[in-house]
Write a protein that binds this ligand. Structure first.
Ligand SMILES: [Ca+2]
Ligand SMILES: [Ca+2]
Length: 450
């Protein structure tokens, strides 16, 4: 069912690795394949934007671009999210050993033998049925209070059987992992905010309890011993890892809180980045006395950005119920984002980006080495379910032997009413220099013409 020549060749080599009994769920033609194996190196010499522009315009003028992009792939089961389809493909064709690494690449809460899933149903009753079904497949999980979203963790060997049986689910995908936002290492905030003036006036956070909700408090014990950190009133961990495991980010945040409000009490909570352990953390925080502020210096790009994500709604509910001041980091990527209106005024199926006062049908991106490019557009709808009908794709083109060529597969999920408005390009093997990101669209009503 993977019908492109180079894929067929690749698959022939690994057919022997197919498990004897795979599930029936249709993952379509979504390429599972190790992106590296299909990539060729591009030109190593620096290429100017003018040269890239000329090459791109020539591709468009001679009508060669559609052949380079390739036809849209068939969708498979429309209930499955792109990342989950990718994971199932990896599991089918590469076996269980590839699972942990794939989960890490797909930005799901990492686990060695389990698969974390988000499930959406039409009703609370069906959500309960799904949770029950997951338990019968050896899984564990919970239902979001705010949205009836089901978060479950299944043994990886039971995934396909579960997907085949999960008729009540309207949408199934991997859970998304939140990640800590690491900023510059130096602590300039206190000076910038003139905190010392407040301290001189005796305002040091007395009577305030700040909860630092984060992903790892590595070094905490040592920092308390050396007097860098006040001893927290209480520490707690939920999810896959122990309190001090894996990241020092939480301890660094606690230090900043202590710098600014040295007299405040601290409550330190570690979760593993996934929505399940986040919800457990919120439930636990509700039981802690006098928490007035929650510091959340993390987030995720890989989920809906209109405030209706299940995690956002869960946090809104928590804030409304507790009256806590929730302080969330805005992220560190403002300089790495392009946003603006999209049009296809000449009707050639390529989006035009207004850049520097001109319309261009591509963006030039700089991403030497490994890259992660996310394209999303404002078609989230108002339901917790995915409902995008505007169908945009994303392709990365690289200069090779003086010609622009596709780098890896294009991101071509078909948005036809049951998907989120998002495409992700991810991989490695790029030479130094600049690359084209082209965003074609299709579908009758995808974008207004001019
Ligand atoms: Ca156009
Ligand atoms: Ca698409």
């Amino acid at each position: 069912m993977l019908d492109r020549c180079h894929h067929t060749l690749f698959l022939l080599g690994i057919l022997a690795a197919l498990p004897s009994a795979v599930g029936a769920v249709d993952i379509g033609e979504r390429a599972l394949l190790d992106a590296q194996s299909t990539l060729n190196k591009g030109d190593q010499r620096p290429i100017s934007p003018t040269e890239l522009t000329k090459a791109f315009e020539s591709l468009v003028a001679t009508g060669q671009l559609p052949a380079i992009i390739g036809p849209a792939k068939s969708t498979g089961d429309p209930r499955l999210g792109t990342r989950l389809k990718h994971l199932v493909a990896v599991q089918r064709f590469k076996g269980g050993d590839a699972l942990p690494q794939t989960l890490a690449t797909l930005i799901a809460p990492v686990s060695t033998e389990t698969v974390p899933l988000t499930l959406l149903a039409e009703s609370a009753t069906e959500s309960a049925q799904l949770l029950d079904l997951a338990r019968r497949h050896g899984g564990a999980g919970q239902i979001s209070d705010a949205t009836s979203t089901v978060w479950v963790t299944l043994p990886s060997g039971r995934l396909e059987g579960f997907l085949d049986a999960a008729g009540a689910a309207r949408h199934l995908d991997l859970q998304t992992r939140n990640e800590p936002f690491f900023g510059p290492a130096t602590g300039e905030g206190g000076t910038m905010m003139k905190v010392s003036a407040l301290h001189d006036a005796g305002v040091k956070g007395q009577g305030v309890t700040v909860a630092v909700l984060d992903m790892g408090f590595k070094g905490y014990t040592e920092l308390v011993k050396t007097g860098e950190l006040p001893k927290a009133r209480v520490t707690q961990a939920f999810g896959s890892y122990a309190f001090e495991e894996r990241s020092e980010h939480g301890a660094a945040c606690a230090e900043i809180v202590a710098d600014i409000a040295p007299a405040a009490d601290q409550v330190l909570v570690r979760f593993d980045g996934g929505p399940q352990s986040l919800q457990e953390s919120l439930q636990w925080l509700r039981t802690q006395k006098d928490v007035t502020v929650v510091n959340a210096s993390w987030g995720s790009h890989l989920r809906r950005t209109d405030g209706l994500d299940a995690t956002d709604q869960e946090i809104n509910r928590f804030v409304k119920e507790t009256g806590v001041l929730w302080v969330n980091a805005a992220g560190n990527d403002a300089q790495r984002v392009w946003s603006g209106p999209i049009l296809d005024q000449n009707g050639n199926n390529l989006i035009e980006f207004p850049v520097d006062g001109k319309n261009r049908e591509f963006l030039i991106v700089k991403a030497p080495g490994s890259y992660y490019i996310q394209v999303q557009w404002d078609d989230w709808g108002t339901s917790i379910q995915p409902t995008a009908t505007q169908d945009l794709d994303a392709c990365l083109l690289v200069m090779r032997d003086g010609q622009l060529a596709r780098h890896g597969d294009c991101a071509q999920e078909v948005q036809n009413g049951q998907q989120y408005p998002m495409e992700v390009l991810q991989g490695s093997g790029l030479p130094g220099g600049a690359y084209h990101l082209s965003v074609p669209h299709h579908g009758a009503n995808a974008v207004e013409g001019g």
